[in-house]
Design a protein around this ligand. Structure first.
Ligand code: S3P
Length: 175
């Protein structure tokens, strides 16, 4: 196992909405016998509100603050040395302070799915507030690629199950 993972054994799955971070993350954790956390679920259970409602009632910036706080709590878990796979929401890895925390406490993996696949998975009437305007959605997709490129590894995702992505991650030279 590489030194970074020995110190803080965590894999962070980053990437755009609908790339499959939660599904792949869950399967990966099962395979490794590691724990799994989904940051969006952490936020919803902490705030006792669905994400869409947090956006509507408090605004995106309040959501981003809740997200940063949720990440920090997971970083504390990881720092105790228990291995975790953590799937983070699509906007998490676009904020420098989050990127720094993730890069200093584990290995980041970008699940990179093409926009057509993402569009098919994420319906416009989605519970995801940022997916409602198709034009803005496509702009965000392009804009965020530069952020996701900061991840340690990139895994290309194609249609089909999560199996191939999990296998590719397990074959990375980090374990
Ligand atoms: C967001 C992605 C969502 C969720 C929120 C904002 C984003 O998570 O955190 O709706 O900014 O891309 P998923 O990437 O899991 O859909």
């Amino acid at each position: 196992m590489i030194l970074k993972l020995k110190r803080t054994p965590a894999l962070f799955l980053v990437g755009f909405m609908g790339a499959g971070k939660s599904t792949v993350g869950r399967a990966l954790a099962r395979n490794l016998g590691w724990r799994f956390a989904d940051l969006d679920e952490d936020i919803e259970s902490r705030e006792q509100l669905p994400i869409a409602q947090i956006f509507e009632e408090r605004g995106e910036e309040a959501f981003r603050q809740a997200e940063a706080a949720a990440l920090l709590r997971r970083i504390h878990d990881v720092s105790r040395g228990v291995p975790w796979v953590v799937a983070v929401g699509g906007g998490c890895f676009t904020r420098t302070e989050n990127v720094d925390l993730i890069q200093n406490h584990g290995v980041s993996i970008w699940l990179d799915a093409p926009l057509e696949l993402i569009r098919a998975r994420v319906a416009a009437h989605s519970h995801r507030p940022l997916a409602r305007d198709p034009q803005r959605f496509a702009e965000l997709f392009e804009q965020r690629r530069a952020d996701y490129q900061r991840a340690d590894y990139r895994i290309g995702v194609s249609a089909g199950g999560s199996h191939a992505a999990v296998e590719e991650i397990l074959a990375l030279p980090i374990f």
